[in-house]
Design a protein around this ligand. Structure first.
Ligand SMILES: [Zn+2]
Length: 402
């Protein structure tokens, strides 16, 4: 418990970095992914806890320095609500960190910082601004040219066989690991520390992640390279596969290319916390984009229902509103499309899965590769449907309960 005589010391693993204008980021090196956005007042406050002053003395100091008139209790309240539980102070616990990283569940580290650094260093040369941009444009050109030259995609799906599935899976797995290495290498190239690479679950599906929290101390352009470093590597792998296809004319390489590209395209989605989201957020210099767009929507709702007298019409707010509306629309359009066009897929999904499993276990004689391939393809959309529906309903329920 804090009282007026408590003396706090900011841990020496804490670094407060200027982010833009008068906003700062508290980076805590000891743990992964801890970064708190603070304003210059909070920065002054934190810096006053140097291990010599009691909370009461800090209150005097900060009142004098910043022209506010806080009471000791206000400062204690502020510390409890905003700054304790992150390991900012020596001897503090880190109970709030898990809350912060809540969108990634069941995380565990696969490769520690030192190993990631060793693997990433040979790739760092790719992330200088000029090489990065030139290669990216070249990748986009080669991939578009190759995919554009494909006349009949059915021929390609027909040539999927157990061998290409096995090789596709291996290539996919290696590419997503390289994707994470890409983020880390970009970090190192621009002078930020790389973190570990790990594994977790996001929206019920497994994901790898690279901890690039240290990239907050980089300039915006450099952060954008770090954000897109993963997809950049994926596009490079796809580029090489395209060249192999153009050279050999073997459809197998096209299947591998499409596998790698599918991972890349998912990552471009700016409405969920994939790389596209972080790129958009950094490009516009808006941290916590999703949360802010929700607040903008709520304000808009209050304005429309006349609970609030006015509405901010600056560019950022208009963007946040549009982003919020679009992210709701995307989900709504998908759910409605599935309900009205793929209703058999949706309603018979449990039965279909049951038959699929039953056939594999009991009637293994009728099970062939084409059947497994077709069944798994047909499960992708309904699974997405139920996951989105569940998430939407859960959010609504939580909102209603609060
Ligand atoms: Zn990524």
């Amino acid at each position: 418990m804090l009282d007026k005589d408590t003396i706090l010391t900011v841990s020496n693993e804490v670094e407060i970095v200027n982010y833009k204008d008068k906003s700062y980021v508290v980076c805590i090196d000891s743990s992964e992914e801890v970064k708190l956005n603070i304003n210059s007042f909070s920065k002054d406050l934190l810096e006053a806890f140097n291990g010599n002053l009691t909370i009461e003395e800090v209150t005097y100091h900060i009142n004098e320095k910043t022209d506010v008139s806080l009471k000791v209790d206000d400062v204690i309240e502020l510390l409890n609500s905003k700054f304790l539980g992150y390991g900012i102070f020596t001897n503090d616990d880190t109970s709030k960190i898990s809350e912060k990283a809540i969108f990634l569940k069941l995380r565990f580290t696969l490769l520690n910082k030192a190993i990631v650094r060793a693997i990433s260093i040979p790739f760092t040369f790719l992330f200088g601004e000029t090489i990065f941009l030139t290669t990216l444009i070249l990748n986009i050109f080669v991939i578009s040219y190759t995919i554009g030259s494909v006349v009949n995609f059915d021929l390609i799906t027909d040539s999927i066989n157990p061998k290409t599935v096995l090789y596709s899976s291996i290539i996919f797995f290696i590419t997503i690991l390289l994707h994470e290495i890409g983020h880390a290498a970009a970090c190192i190239k621009h002078g930020a520390k790389n973190g570990s690479i790990g594994f977790g679950f996001y929206l019920f599906h497994p994901v790898f992640y690279a901890d690039v929290s240290d990239a907050w101390r980089l300039k915006r352009k450099e952060r954008l390279i770090v954000d897109s470093g993963g997809m950049f590597i994926q596009s490079l792998v796809a580029n090489i596969l395209c060249i192999l296809f153009l050279y050999t004319k073997s459809h197998d390489y096209l299947i591998y290319t499409l596998t790698v590209l599918s991972g890349l395209i998912v990552n471009l989605n700016p409405f969920l916390r994939y790389d596209g989201y972080w790129i958009l957020s950094d490009a516009l210099n808006i941290a916590n984009l999703r949360q802010k767009s929700k607040i903008a929507l709520r304000e808009f709702y209050r304005f429309v229902t006349k609970q609030a007298p006015s509405l901010s019409t600056n560019t950022t707010n208009i963007f946040l509103l549009t982003y919020g509306v679009l992210s709701i629309c995307m989900i709504a359009i998908f759910l409605i499309y599935m309900l009205f066009n793929k209703e058999n897929n949706v309603f018979l999904f449990p039965l279909n899965v049951f038959h699929f499993v039953k056939n594999i276990i009991i009637n293994s004689s009728v099970v062939c590769f084409a059947y497994v391939k077709q069944s798994i393809f047909s499960f992708i959309l309904p699974i997405t449907f139920y996951v989105l529906l569940w998430k939407t309903l859960k959010n609504q329920f939580l909102k209603w309960r609060n």
